[in-house]
Design a protein around this ligand. Structure first.
Ligand code: SF4
Ligand code: SF4
Length: 96
């Protein structure tokens, strides 16, 4: 049986970017940078939407899988403002 890497499966998906209208925002980016010691969002996102530049958390929602993990895992500060993309935008999953 042929094995398929997760990256290969993700590559099958299509994504329509809603320019200048990200569906997830950091409520207080400074809190992420200066107060949150663990920054778990930067390691839990399967699409790699959260990255670190030094201690600064950078969120780019392009490619977001809408899994909701970042919303759930920011338990201490609840600093993630999360909603689904507007109709027609965001991820289009291709199964199979
Ligand atoms: S886990 Fe929450 S508070 Fe911490 S860096 Fe990520 S979004 Fe910010
Ligand atoms: S919803 Fe999932 S894929 Fe999208 S940014 Fe959050 S953790 Fe990443």
């Amino acid at each position: 049986m042929r094995t398929v890497k997760v990256e290969e499966k993700l590559f099958q998906n299509r994504y329509l970017v809603d320019a200048d209208n990200p569906h997830i925002r950091l409520k207080d980016p400074e809190l992420c940078e200066k107060t949150c010691a663990t920054k778990q969002c930067t390691v839990c996102c399967p699409a790699g939407c959260y990255t670190l530049e030094g201690q600064k958390v950078v969120l780019i929602t392009d490619g977001c899988l809408e899994c909701g993990t970042c919303r759930i895992i920011c338990t201490t500060y609840r600093n993630v403002d999360w909603e689904y993309p507007r109709g027609g935008y965001g991820i289009q999953f291709k199964f199979g």
